[in-house]
Design a protein around this ligand. Structure first.
Ligand code: 5GP
Ligand code: MN
Ligand code: MN
Length: 475
């Protein structure tokens, strides 16, 4: 109900604090997106605003839709000095799910003359689908090394390039992981799943740059019109899911001990400075490393696959961003620097120009923000802005966002028809699951163009380039 919202600008809307909300809710979106937005998003961001120690506001990005506890597209930061909490539902089950984009140096003609061969070799090389297993198997010792080392571990094992590391958040390795806080069951689930895409909306996509909006930043990112890029979207597989499930349960129980009244069971959380809060942090950081290692290994496999067809091509990494995390960051609150735990669930970090966390080669341009659309529409690359640092802790949307449930989508579409339609449009889909393709039908998502325009107009990020799919390997 739009009447409950105060319009701050064309792209920013506010819910005033009522009934136990410590802070307002803020939604960044155009009026059209607001009118179509799932009502659950309002309820969920107001519930998040009731959690202890929340700072500034409870935010929703333009792609927001219903999620477990927190909306997907939710951003909230908590102050450990004010009893702030950490919430497993505020990170999400696919911990550190994220996107990376690779430069290929290939031309559109090169790819189109081998489109089918390339699709087939990628599909053969990258394990995809529910419960897919990889070619690497980790024993206990290697599992712990991976959980501590992330993409750096993969590079040390020859499963990635040294040069990739500076193009990954945290330089490829999240500090403060504590593998001892991760259950054997979680590790067991993961031991054969490294280097796999998983199912659902995870993908590897060969894309063509069809539009440039900011020449200057595009140049710094190494993006030109008609370039071929490869984007990879996946996360921490069974390990992250198991950690999320286990800690959610224990946080429901421990909330009582810490005197926290949960506005919604799904918002189970624990004080950052509590035993269980610290245990979750250590486990979650291990899962971040798992996702970073996973995307690094998939990149390694992709490089091998592409070499089969284009032996002289090397893929360089533009950037790797996660969109399901909780991170300790410094932000300015009422003129003071504060250490905050920023939850981004289905939201991409989008640090602005000059931020010290960015590598020297990207610092002036701002952080690349990688946004998926669908397998049949566009995806976008944006750049973080200085304004964004003030608006929502340097965060932006992470995708188009679903506008209907998977179940609804399978009632409306058949996977085989979608694959045929997309082939007619020149997009080759390869997937182990027809049902999965139907669930992911392009029309099951919001219009990515509207979402990205909202993020740009709200000031969360700047549009840099638009990409369209040529090949999509779907999980
Ligand atoms: P999530 O992280 O919430 O699982 O998904 C992130 C976003 O990826 C979705 O909101 C959607 O816009 C996008 N997405 C899902 N499937 C595809 C795909 O096959 N290709 C592209 N380019 N984007 C996709
Ligand atoms: Mn994701
Ligand atoms: Mn995911």
């Amino acid at each position: 109900d739009i009447n409950k919202l105060h319009r701050i600008s064309d792209y920013q809307w506010r819910i005033d604090p009522v009934n136990g909300m410590h802070v307002p809710g803020i939604i960044f979106a155009s009026k059209d997106l607001i009118l179509d937005m799932d009502e659950k998003v309002y309820e969920q961001i107001t519930n998040v605003a009731r959690l202890p120690g929340i700072v500034n506001a409870s935010y929703a990005m333009p792609d927001a839709h219903w999620g477990y506890g927190f909306p997907i597209g939710g951003v909230a930061a908590f102050d450990p000095e004010q009893g702030g909490v950490i919430s497993a539902g505020g990170v999400g089950f696919d911990i550190s799910c994220g996107v990376r984009t690779l430069h290929t140096g290939l031309t559109v003609q090169q790819v189109m003359s081998k489109q089918k061969e390339l699709a087939d070799v990628l599909f053969k090389t990258i394990p995809a689908g529910l419960g897919s297993t990889g070619v690497f198997h980790l024993n206990k010792k290697e599992m712990n090394a991976m959980l501590n080392g992330g993409a750096r571990w993969a590079v040390e094992r020859g499963l990635g390039d040294q040069a990739d590391l500076e193009r990954i958040e945290e330089y490829g390795c999240m500090q403060g992981a504590d593998p001892d806080q991760i259950s054997n069951h979680a590790k067991e689930r993961q031991k054969n799943e490294m280097g796999t895409l998983g199912s659902g909306n995870h993908y590897l996509e060969v894309q063509k740059v069809v539009e440039i909006y900011d020449q200057n930043i595009a140049k710094r990112f190494g993006i030109e019109l008609n370039d071929i890029k490869i984007s990879i979207h996946c996360g921490s597989r069974g390990l992250g899911h198991q950690i999320g499930t286990e800690f959610l349960k224990s946080m429901v129980v421990s909330a009582k001990d810490y005197g926290i009244t949960l506005p919604d069971r799904e918002l189970a959380c624990a004080p950052i400075n509590s035993k269980i809060g610290q245990r979750y942090l250590g486990a979650m950081r291990g899962a971040i490393n798992c996702a970073l290692a996973n995307r690094e290994i998939i990149t390694h496999l992709t490089r091998q696959a592409v070499k089969h067809i284009f032996p002289d091509i090397h893929l360089d990494l533009l950037y790797d961003v996660s969109h399901n995390t909780c991170k300790l960051e410094q932000h300015e609150v009422n003129g003071k620097r504060k250490n905050l735990f920023v939850h981004r669930k289905g939201a991409t970090r989008a640090f602005g120009p000059g931020h010290p966390a960015l590598p020297a080669t990207l610092r002036e341009a701002g952080q690349p923000v990688l946004i998926g659309g669908t397998m049949g529409t566009a995806s976008y690359i944006l750049a973080g802005t200085s304004e964004s640092m003030q608006l929502a802790y340097g965060s932006a949307c992470h995708g188009a966002g679903r506008c209907m449930s998977r179940h609804q989508a399978t009632k409306l579409w058949r996977g085989s028809n979608i694959i045929q339609q997309l082939a007619d449009q020149g997009v080759l889909i390869r997937s182990p699951s027809r049902r999965g393709v139907a669930e992911e039908a392009p029309n099951a998502y919001k219009d990515v163009n509207d979402v990205v325009k909202s993020a740009d107009q709200a000031g969360l990020s700047r549009m840099v380039a638009k990409l369209e799919p040529l090949i999509c390997i779907k999980g």
